[in-house]
Design a protein around this ligand. Structure first.
Ligand code: F6P
Length: 350
């Protein structure tokens, strides 16, 4: 049996850990030949592959990025010619299936290719932690750790200079990173895409803290927006099928706040720092288990599924249940309640 492995979408800590585990498990448990597909679905469209052997994947557990390369916002299903190229290359390579490691876009493509006859297994990856059907995507824990450290570090400047320090995190549709890191990093205000913020409420928190504490730390997700306002777009890439690049809402918030405050307001946009480098121990274990589980699905012939972790149990779900959906922070989530109860503002009007 020959099985392909590819990584799609943005890079993420833990991708190499999955590649390592799925390869080793496929070789050991299924006696499979494993083929790495280069640069995600672009490589499959062009038939660019390399052999993945035991020694190729040894020593990569803790490394960042993906040894296979990836492609972002590319959809071979968007054109019949590209779809046919993918299917033809998969046939020519003799692939009995493909393990696709990626985010919501990758899972949607995997589902589409599976429906067109190429057996697919999915592994959920995104630092945003917003893939439907699983409680945890690998990469999220690492991103939360990085943002938490950043919040603690800017607090030092906030205290010393008496400033309002804004930290902008990733999180396009879902605010999981800002919420968990905001709580772990003792942010005073946490602003999420799921709750449009009331600028008067944020001003009130900062003013009140100016009297008592001298400084305020605000953690804001890139997809957050003011009530009645719009998303902050950093720039557009016209040649991309998904041309919008978010970023800069932390600067917008700074401009909104500054006229109302005595303290200087400063913004730090963390950007790709959150996705770079080595995964945490938690993400290494999660990615390893996901890779091993994906190989088990292949062994059992359970294609069309994505591996999951729900309520502490490893399992799987159908790609049809996942594709095209985002798992946002629900209004009644216990962490939102917790934040409110310990006096962290979520930017809600009084
Ligand atoms: O999906 C993860 C994510 O980190 C988003 O939060 C962010 O908007 C996006 O990727 C950025 O991707 P890119 O590096 O392609 O601009």
């Amino acid at each position: 049996m020959r099985i392909g492995v590819l990584t799609g979408g943005g890079d993420c800590p833990g991708l190499n850990a999955v590649i390592r585990a799925v390869t080793k498990s496929l070789i050991r448990q299924c006696e499979a030949e494993v083929v790495g597909i280069e640069d995600g679905f672009v490589g499959l469209t062009e038939g660019r592959t390399r052999s993945l052997e035991w020694r190729t994947v040894s020593g990569i557990l803790a490394t960042g990025g993906t040894i296979l390369g990836t492609s972002n916002r590319v959809n071979p299903l968007a054109s019949p010619a590209a779809t046919e190229a993918v299917l033809a290359h998969a046939r020519a390579l003799g692939l009995g299936g493909v393990v696709a490691i990626g985010g919501d876009g990758t899972m949607s493509i995997a589902r589409g290719l599976h429906d067109r006859g190429l057996p697919m297994v999915g592994v959920p990856k995104t630092i945003d932690n917003d893939i439907e059907g699983t409680d945890r995507c690998f990469g999220f824990d690492t991103a939360v750790a990085i943002v938490t450290e950043a919040l603690e570090r800017v607090q030092t400047t906030g205290q010393s200079h008496g400033r309002v320090m804004i930290v902008e995190t990733m999180g396009r549709y879902a605010g999981w990173i800002a919420l968990e890191a905001g709580l772990a990093g003792a942010a005073d205000v946490i602003l999420l895409p799921e709750i449009d913020y009331d600028i008067d409420a944020v001003v009130a928190v900062c003013r009140e803290r100016e009297q008592r504490q001298r400084y305020t730390v605000v953690c804001i997700a890139e997809g957050a927006k003011p009530r009645g306002g719009t998303l902050t777009i950093s720039h557009r890439v016209p040649s991309s099928p998904d041309p919008v690049r978010l970023g800069g809402v932390g600067h917008v918030l700074r401009e909104q706040l500054q006229p109302h405050l005595r303290s200087e307001v400063r913004t730090t946009v963390l950007g790709h720092v959150q996705r770079g480098g080595s995964p945490t121990a938690f993400d290494r274990v999660l990615a390893t288990q996901y890779g091993n589980q994906a190989a088990a699905l292949v062994r059992e012939g359970r294609f069309g599924e994505m591996v999951t972790l729900r309520g502490g149990e490893y399992s799987s779900t159908l790609l049809t249940q996942v594709a095209g959906r985002n798992r946002c922070v629900p209004p009644g989530h216990p962490l939102l309640q917790c934040a409110r109860q310990i006096g962290v503002s979520l930017g809600e009007a009084a």
